[in-house]
Design a protein around this ligand. Structure first.
Ligand SMILES: Cc1cc2nc3c(=O)[nH]c(=O)nc-3n(C[C@H](O)[C@H](O)[C@H](O)COP(=O)(O)O)c2cc1C
Length: 374
């Protein structure tokens, strides 16, 4: 019988399914609910020392639906970090740890470019008994105007300096959460690992504009007729998150052996999770999925992942972690491999297009389909 139990940076998790920072970890009450439903760990909504500077608006979400099924596939938010005071958080996090001493509680934290403030928030969170810290270097809206969040995550030098401050004060494992809104995510990830962070969490939301209402001509979500660039999440971002997971996992494999990775982005099923683990993630985090399906979704995710493991005779997560990384290569290597595989080559020649001028208008869909099947 396979097991989902795993130890990451010395933290013992009953399974790799972690609540990502956001509404599903927004107060002690819902964090307790997540533990009751069986989540492996919870990252709380990002907190800061002075919540009075955090002012949210309504509405702050907008959703993209699939054309046919109307299922929600994309989610845009312009929500800031927590607007609840540090003192209230302190009471609730402590109470959660008292009630669930064996469960893994991770405090997501964010501060301005100020060494004393980072020292203070790290020390105060540790006093509450949290098991680990996640540094939010990634919120894409609102906070960058105060040089916080992704303003740090987009600047590897700044990120390394701040992560270094945290390392001086931290006595628990530290994960650095990456923004995907950069050209090469390896650069900020490498900076965080160089500074001594034990783990990387990736990705936060992708900067997006969800759409424009064709009756009012206003962009969404609309606040008093206006909008602002927000963060895009949910199923639609999964392929981008998988790519970034793969890129960071390669950096860890090649340069920082033993460090860890928490994959995030569009995960809703155990099969989604299996793919992140195959590309090198140690754990997976879910935010929007919980907002769509509720905390109970973790039960089917666990069953789904166990079924995948049974099918392949994997006993532990380590048996397949990073297994599929070896199958990435350069495009020129694909060309070489295909030229060598004579049978495959002739099949591809018959059914699909080889060069751009072979595309035919009346067979376009058929030809695209054959190229997708390989
Ligand atoms: C409404 C909303 C609020 C969020 N708030 C935070 C936050 O406070 N801190 C943080 O690090 N990430 C925050 N996130 C980002 C998520 O933790 C996650 O990185 C992102 O949504 C991608 O994962 P998903 O597709 O599972 O939602 C938020 C996401 C959403 C949708």
């Amino acid at each position: 019988m396979p097991t989902l139990e795993t130890t990451v940076d010395g933290l013992k998790l009953p399974n790799p399914f972690v609540i990502a920072s956001g509404p599903p970890g927004t107060n002690g009450n819902v964090i307790g609910k997540a533990f009751d439903e069986g989540w492996g760990a919870v990252v709380c909504k990002t907190l800061s020392l002075d919540a009075s500077k955090v002012v949210n608006v309504q509405p702050r979400y907008a959703r993209l639906r699939a054309r046919d099924s109307q299922e929600i596939i994309g989610w845009e938010n312009i929500e800031l970090i927590s607007d609840r005071s540090f003192d209230v958080w302190a009471e609730e996090l402590k109470a959660v740890k008292d009630k669930y001493p064996d469960r893994i509680l991770i405090a997501s934290i964010m501060e301005e470019y100020n060494k004393d403030a980072w020292f203070e928030i790290v020390e105060r969170c540790q006093e509450l008994g949290v098991d680990a810290l996640e540094l939010n270097f990634s919120c894409p809206h609102g906070l960058p105007e105060r040089k916080m969040g992704s303003a740090m995550g987009e600047d590897p030098e700044l990120l390394e300096e701040v992560a270094g401050w945290v390392q001086q004060a931290a006595t628990v494992p530290v994960w650095a959460k990456m923004t995907p809104n950069v050209t090469h995510i390896e650069d900020p990830a490498r900076a965080a690992l160089q500074a001594g962070c034990q783990g990387i969490s990736a990705i936060n939301t992708i900067r997006g504009v969800l759409g424009v209402d064709l009756d009012t001509l206003r962009p969404e979500p609309t606040v008093e007729g206006y909008s602002t660039v927000g963060g895009y999440s949910s199923q639609a971002i999964l392929p981008i998150a998988l790519r970034m997971t793969m890129e960071i996992a390669q950096v860890i494999r090649d340069e920082f052996s033993g460090r860890t990775l928490s994959g995030i982005g569009g995960i809703e099923t155990g099969s989604d999770a299996a793919q992140f683990l195959l590309l090198g993630a140690d754990t997976v985090q879910v935010c929007t999925g919980v907002m769509k399906y509720g905390y109970g979704m973790v039960r089917s995710m666990k069953a789904d992942l166990l079924a995948f493991m049974e099918k392949h005779d994997f006993e532990t997560l380590d048996d397949f972690k990073g297994h599929s990384l070896q199958y990435f290569t350069s495009h020129s290597d694909l060309v070489k491999r295909q030229a060598e595989a004579q049978t495959a080559k002739s099949k591809v020649k018959e059914e699909t297009v080889g060069a751009d001028d072979q595309w035919r208008g009346n067979e376009f869909v058929k030809q695209s389909d054959a190229l997708a099947r390989g």
